[in-house]
Design a protein around this ligand. Structure first.
Ligand code: NA7
Length: 542
């Protein structure tokens, strides 16, 4: 036992993570009067918005809804500069939230949690940090993030490359300037697209290693004036209500007349209206049929493809490389990225796409990247925008042991299950946010779903404590019923037929299951509310 381990910090509740969810969880539990502390690996608050400081990082939810709803004055006093603010502003905002509510004094930074073991004798959790510090807590709140475990070692020989390698999800604060550099970007997901469009004007040359193409939608990102923000402040209650009840936690929802009841002109008008909107509404508020009906999905896909073809000047080679076909997947079954002049980048002289479908990356070499055709592509900098072990990844990095010493990581290597993404049977008093099988990332505006989950968890703990109880554990029956319902809803959609991180297919060996609940945020809230209103049937509260 080292010196740090001599002392045990005893808590009522411990929060892991100080991102959007962890900060709010800390706030809530502290307000309840519990002795609570949060632990965070980073040196500051922000979670996603701390780590993803890559060029061009910004959210795809509008500023008026990427918000907390527990402090109206705070909403009104923070004035976003534009509709989709970039990472620095969002990190600043989360610091503003933390400072306004004096959260930092209860957050221990620069600390990674290594293990958390449940003690069945005392009904408490014993947690160990990377410095060997011990924490003993009754409740454990894992707010570890949905997309916070970047995949770091995708390629053979990565360490041999002699230039700079940057991982988007761990972009260093002191990253060197890319101006005048020969740069490679691997990955054209939502992240890669933001990087590519942002750095294209400054690098001397850029090769983009493209594999699966994306249906790209142009973002409209006007600056927000005082008057613009005053408009949203007047609609505070209305907007809050809308986000909590819509399909995807946004302030827009599917309201168009059903596809089959509409004329061709009407459909086109709806699609054009959403296209002009310049947000994710084309995906999450035009025709819900795109999630279920292959023919409709194909027609909407063709609408998007046509727009993309025009932007690429109908260049056959670029169109073939950058526009998804029906054989790839249809629009909306994969995370839809919002972008700004992303496609136009490929028309620049200093940008060259490399087709990873015909010439996959073989390995990294000291000079750069070797593709399977034997070509060595030389670079000064390689940027990895290669994604995350989503949902289960961040939680599996911690050695969680529940009753009977069961391991969450081992369980999830076999099958990923949760009850509403909030608890897992066998792990009493452990609650999770942003976990598999809850609505998440783009199928839910993250601030909406995380706040709801935190509120639900807080109320559940409050219920137990007010009734003089010490432990809360979801039954296997409730968990099984949720998984069954989740799968039934998911199986009706085209999303489960498409490979992407939504299905865990970007991580070798990961069990396949849709990681986000797709029954709709409003529906999820109704189901979870009902459980709470009925006194948590199926939860063992002792
Ligand atoms: P994504 O969406 O998982 O994208 C990762 C990208 O990396 C994607 O284009 C992958 O191509 C590509 N990739 C991964 N491995 C390789 C290899 N070996 N060769 C070539 N290309 C590769 O991650 P993001 O970070 O962009 O987005 C994740 C979420 O974060 C996003 O949806 C937002 O919600 C925020 P593939 O598709 O596998 O062919």
């Amino acid at each position: 036992m080292n010196a740090a381990a001599d002392k045990v910090t005893v808590l009522d509740a411990m929060v892991i993570g100080a991102g959007v969810a962890g900060m709010y969880q800390l706030y809530n539990l502290r307000k309840m009067g519990l002795k609570v502390r949060a632990y965070e690996t980073a040196t500051g608050v922000g979670g996603t918005w701390y780590w993803n400081r890559y060029p061009g990082a910004r959210f795809d939810s509008q500023a008026e809804i990427y918000q907390y709803w527990f402090d109206e004055e705070m909403y009104k006093s923070w004035k976003p500069s534009e509709r989709f603010p970039a990472q620095p502003e969002t990190e600043e905002w989360l610091n503003y939230v933390a400072d306004r509510h004096e959260l930092k004094k209860d957050i221990q930074f620069s600390t990674r949690i290594k293990s958390a073991h449940y003690d069945e004798e005392t009904n408490r959790w014993n947690v160990v940090t990377d410095s060997g510090e011990l924490i003993n807590t009754q409740f454990l709140l894992a707010c570890c993030g949905m997309l916070s475990a970047p995949i770091e070692n995708r390629f053979k020989g990565q360490e041999t490359f002699q230039g700079e390698t940057y991982l988007t999800g761990k972009w260093p604060k002191d990253a060197k300037s890319l101006t005048g550099k020969r740069v490679a970007v691997i990955g054209t997901g939502a992240t890669g697209i933001q990087v590519i469009q942002t750095i294209a004007p400054e690098v001397s040359s850029m090769k983009v290693f493209c594999r699966t193409p994306q249906y790209a939608i142009p973002m409209k990102n006007p600056k927000y004036s005082e008057q613009d923000w005053a408009y949203w402040c007047e609609r505070y209650d209305e907007t809050k209500d809308k986000v909590m009840n819509s399909f995807a936690g946004f302030d827009y929802d599917f309201t168009a007349k059903p596809w089959h009841e509409s004329t061709e002109e009407e459909r086109l008008a709806v699609l054009e209206k959403h296209w002009e909107e310049g947000s994710l509404s084309l995906w999450l508020a035009s025709y819900s049929e795109i999630f279920f009906d292959e023919d409709i999905a194909e027609e909407v896909s063709e609408f998007v493809r046509n727009k993309m073809r025009q932007r690429l000047g109908n260049d056959e080679k670029l169109c073939n490389l950058l526009i998804p076909t029906k054989n790839d997947y249809t629009f909306g079954t994969h995370r839809v990225p919002l972008e700004s002049n992303y496609l136009e980048v490929y028309l620049q002289d200093n940008v060259e796409p490399v087709d990873c479908r015909t010439t996959p990356i073989q390995e990294f070499v000291p000079e750069g990247i070797k593709t399977e055709d034997g070509t060595i592509h030389e670079f000064d900098v390689i940027i990895l925008a290669t994604g995350f072990d989503a949902g289960s990844g961040a939680l599996s990095r911690i050695d969680f042991r529940g009753r009977d010493n069961r391991s969450l990581k081992d369980q999830w290597q076999q099958e990923i299950t949760t009850a509403m993404g909030l608890q897992v049977h066998g792990y009493p008093n452990l609650f999770t946010t942003g976990a598999p099988l809850a609505p998440s990332a783009a199928l839910c505006n993250m601030t909406t779903c995380l706040q709801y989950q935190v509120d639900w968890i807080t109320n559940c703990i409050d219920f137990a404590l007010k009734n003089g109880k010490k432990t809360i554990e979801v039954s296997k029956e409730v968990e099984n019923a949720w998984v069954k319902h989740h799968d039934e809803v998911a199986s009706k959609t085209l999303v489960v037929k498409t490979d992407s991180w939504y299905m865990g297919s970007n991580v070798e060996g990961k069990p396949r299951r849709l990681l986000s609940y797709i029954g709709g945020v409003g529906d999820y809230h109704n189901r979870c509310d009902e459980i709470a209103e009925k006194g948590y049937p199926g939860f063992k509260i002792d």
